[in-house]
Design a protein around this ligand. Structure first.
Ligand SMILES: Nc1ncnc2c1ncn2[C@@H]1O[C@H](COP(=O)(O)OP(=O)(O)OP(=O)(O)O)[C@@H](O)[C@H]1O
Length: 536
């Protein structure tokens, strides 16, 4: 308890290392206390005693009178000091306790009245005492400081390697850290080329006591900075599927002579199929027998087209096609036509491809319209959020197209933008809310395309009742009994019954996000919700 009370604050308090030299207080207040020879109780309580036998208040330099931020901590440590002093007076096993219990200690008196130089002399004469007094302090920083030293048992795994290096030839960084540390503490006494091995130990202790953690942290970060882990090694091939073709990159030093390549650029190859007329049982199929479904850069999946292999020379970024052939087409040919291919592998491959194709069809469906603008040619364009794709994949599409494939979404967008959301302020404030009126007589009329069960109405009333009271609650029930539906209903109860337009935030696991979106769409299609996920 003593060491923690002493060590933790001192290790974390920069002012303690900046205002104290070798643990000696430089605070004028502290020095004044010694000169005037305060009585014993005052000395024990003083947070700024220089070197004392008391293990908490007196050997710890942190409660410097110059540092106001320590007032609170000082008061706490004072209280602990009183307890510790009482304990120590009975603790014969602790040499400091004995020392502390006898106030007229000659050494102590000399210390209190000595100048900083004589204090340093005393430290040199009593290295063990010096080390022990700071042992508590050092403990918290030892792991950090000693990680670059050689005599710590509790170090990071790489300390072993560091130990070897430092024992043979101290690294430049290590030396500079040592010098820096010494200049912080007392370079005159502990530095210098003539320092002997016995002094080195004291110096280490000294460093440990006076090191600022930031110094060590800098050293750690410098060393680890060279080790850049690549966690994506396994994904290299996947990345290659989408990596930019070098021909896409227009070198800036060619800028003047560089003619812009306006050919369509391949974004992703979505699928492949045999060309018409090619015998599917042929044994020597290759990429020239196939067509590829290409999603073009800056265009939505809706505009993906099938292109034969020989047409690729008309497009940019065809390296993505090469990668697709290598990774997907060749594997498909192998699994479909190689009789030795395990049937389970073939089945899994086909299922995966089916799933991918289904997903691509979803990407072509309009989830919602989120913006409108005038196009270049005077026509109207809508900003379309595509189903299952993030918002950074939204594209501007001509009005004709959007109306043709998703007129309902256009109408919803126009409805939303036509009216301003308005919330009843009286209902927003708990104190002015109207009393709770439970929902009776079946499913509420503000829900569309379905009716709540009785137990779900009960759950909705439970949520509504507690909202009126301003209480936070959790709705819990067994799986699949309609908690999502009840929550969506509750939000709509607030909108329609209490005229609260939100915004409401619903935080859900990524995997359940589509289900939530579907529930909103199904039960309350008039509600405007936005799905936030992805990177932008
Ligand atoms: N009253 C109802 N009428 C018709 N279908 C309902 C009703 N209540 C719930 N469902 C349907 O039951 C399914 C499960 O509902 P819901 O997702 O709300 O349950 P849940 O309790 O949230 O599930 P989980 O515990 O798995 O999250 C959904 O497809 C939902 O549309």
């Amino acid at each position: 308890m003593e060491s923690s009370g002493m060590v933790i604050p001192s290790a974390q308090e920069p002012s303690s290392t900046s205002t104290m030299s070798n643990g000696y207080p430089v605070s004028p207040v502290a020095y004044e206390a010694h000169v005037h020879g305060d009585d014993e109780s005052q000395r024990e309580r003083s947070p700024s005693e220089p070197i004392e036998s008391h293990p908490v208040s007196e050997s710890s330099p942190e409660p410097d009178a110059a540092d106001d931020s320590y007032d609170g901590a000082s008061a706490e440590s004072d209280a602990e000091d009183e307890d510790a002093a009482a304990d120590n007076s009975d603790d014969d096993a602790n040499p400091y306790s004995r020392e502390n219990s006898s106030s007229p200690h000659p050494g102590r008196g000399a210390q209190r009245r000595s100048s900083p130089q004589s204090e340093t002399d005393l430290i040199r004469q009593n290295p063990d005492l010096y080390g022990l007094r700071r042992s508590g302090r050092a403990r918290t920083t030892r792991n950090i400081a000693d990680s670059s030293d050689s005599d710590s048992d509790v170090v990071a795994p790489r300390a072993k390697r560091r130990r070897k290096e430092t024992s043979q030839q101290p690294s430049k960084a290590s030396r500079s850290a040592t010098v820096s540390s010494m200049s912080d503490s007392d370079s005159e006494e502990y530095g210098g080329k003539s320092a002997r091995a016995s002094k080195a130990r004291r110096r280490r202790l000294q460093q440990t006591a006076s090191y600022e953690p930031s110094l060590n942290e800098v050293r750690f970060s410098t060393r680890t900075a060279n080790k850049v882990s690549n966690y994506n090694e396994d994904d290299e091939e996947d990345e290659a599927m989408f990596e930019a073709d070098p021909e896409d990159l227009a070198p800036s030093y060619w800028a003047e002579s560089y003619a812009e390549d306006t050919r369509p650029a391949v974004d992703v190859v979505l699928n492949h199929r045999l060309k018409e007329g090619v015998d599917p049982k042929s044994q020597d199929l290759d990429r020239s027998d196939f067509e590829f479904c290409i999603k073009w850069q800056d265009k939505s999946h809706y505009h993906a087209t099938w292109e034969p292999n020989e047409a690729m020379s008309n497009y940019r970024s065809t390296r993505r096609v090469d990668n697709y052939v290598r990774k997907v087409l060749n594997e498909d040919i192998r699994l479909q036509y190689d009789e030795d291919a395990p049937p389970e592998d073939r089945e899994k491959w086909n299922l995966d491809r089916e799933r991918d194709v289904e997903a691509i069809e979803d990407y072509k469906m309009v989830e919602r319209v989120i913006g409108v603008r005038d196009g270049d040619d005077g026509t109207t364009e809508y900003l379309v959020k595509w189903k299952r794709l993030f918002y950074d994949s939204c594209t501007w599409e001509p009005e004709d197209l959007v109306s043709e494939i998703a007129q309902r979404e256009v109408d919803r967008f126009l409805d939303r933008t036509a009216r301003q959301p308005f919330s009843d302020k009286n209902e927003t404030t708990i104190a002015t809310r109207k009393p709770f009126e439970p929902i009776h007589g079946g499913s509420p009329s503000f829900l569309q395309n379905g009716e709540l069960k009785d137990f779900q109405i009960k759950g909705l009333n439970f949520l509504a009742f507690n909202w009126v009271r301003g209480r936070n609650v959790v709705l819990a029930d067994e799986m699949g009994l309609g908690k999502t539906v009840q929550t969506v209903s509750f939000i709509n109860w607030m909108r329609h019954v209490r005229r609260q337009q939100g915004p409401f935030i619903v935080i859900v696991p990524l995997s359940t996000m589509p289900a939530w979106a579907d529930t909103f769409d199904h039960w309350t299609p008039d509600l405007n919700y936005v799905v936030y996920n992805g990177t932008s």
